[in-house]
Design a protein around this ligand. Structure first.
Ligand code: SF4
Length: 313
């Protein structure tokens, strides 16, 4: 088991995708070592990590260094081949619904073969869907599909500011009116299906809509960027979280401990701790704390509330 050399236990989201990955394998291995030296306790490898040549060596470093591992996959045959070689690392798998279903579509026919391939190979997978605006109509059918197949876990991750948002195929983000629209789109059957799944939802507004309101207020505590969360992009740049574009430092040249104890992170923690002007007077501030600060600051300003929010309450 690794010893945490950081001031907080850290979960890292690392984007690894051959198409967007300019780093050589030696650098990826060095980044993995930087993570284990710092005592990172959990890594989610997003993108298509199993399509990276040499992924087994990267995962070996992380697993031997004490990191718990989660991997995003589309369940394709080449990914399954790679998965067979790394089963000993006991990764949790997430089926990438965003990568398998065409944007704005509700056609789920590509999901069953992918899930069945994984199950035939001996792996269970949760379902993951970053909720871009073009996914609002998909969420209800996907919850029903996941419930019917006893998928177990269902994740609505933080919106990743990677090639999906900032690249040539830019996707629209949700805003305040979209929460009401989503409430109308989700019928009672989809909400019932959600109640039978283990939900992983950091966003407070979506948790209140889909989860069990009141069940996690003590642990939510607002934005966890630069605190319990970090993000490593395809170039090795470290960010406060996947929804925060500012760069705190670059791996593997610097150590993660050095980046995490630097001035850039200290300033960010101060910014996250300050109350946005648009949240003044809000009765929910103690548990919401302005919601997702990364998206609000990047797309609006430091004084802006969460993009979903139609408050103050
Ligand atoms: S105004 Fe909205 S974003 Fe700000 S604290 Fe209240 S509920 Fe959260």
């Amino acid at each position: 088991m690794s010893h945490c050399a950081l001031d907080t236990p850290l979960r890292i989201h690392w984007y690894l995708c051959p198409g967007h990955d300019p780093l050589p394998l030696s650098d990826l291995r060095s980044i993995a070592r930087r993570c284990t030296e710092a005592g990172v306790y959990h890594l989610l490898l997003d993108g298509t990590p199993l399509a990276i040549s040499g992924i087994d060596g990267i995962l070996s470093i992380l697993h031997q260094g004490g990191c718990r591992l989660s991997l995003m996959t589309r369940g394709t045959p080449p990914e399954l081949d790679a998965l067979a070689g790394i089963a000993e690392h006991s990764p949790q798998l997430w089926l990438d619904a965003d990568g398998l279903v065409a944007p704005a579509s509700t056609d789920l026919s590509s999901l069953d073969p992918a899930l069945n391939h994984l199950r035939a190979a001996g792996f269970e997978a949760g379902i993951s869907l970053p909720l871009f605006r073009d996914r609002l109509t998909l969420l209800g059918p996907l919850l029903l599909w996941a419930g019917a197949r006893r998928a177990g876990s269902f994740k609505l991750p933080n919106i990743p500011l990677d090639a999906r948002v900032c690249g040539p195929h830019e996707r629209a983000l949700c805003g305040p009116g979209d929460l009401d629209r989503l409430r109308d789109l989700l019928g009672p059957d989809a909400l019932q299906a959600a109640s039978g799944l283990r939900l992983q939802i950091h966003d407070l507004f979506l948790w209140e809509l889909l989860g069990r309101p009141g069940s996690r207020h003590a642990e939510y505590g607002g934005c966890q960027g630069a605190n319990a969360l970090a993000y490593i992009d395809a170039r090795g740049q470290v960010h406060a979280c996947s929804s925060w574009p500012g760069v705190l430092g670059t791996l593997p040249d610097a150590s993660l401990q050095g980046i995490w104890s630097g001035e850039g992170r200290r300033k960010l923690l101060g910014l996250i701790a300050s109350r946005p002007q648009e949240c003044e007077g809000c009765a929910a501030y103690a548990r919401c704390r302005g919601g997702c600060r990364g998206l609000a600051v990047h797309f609006c300003s430091q004084d802006a509330k969460d993009l979903w929010c139609s408050g103050p309450r």
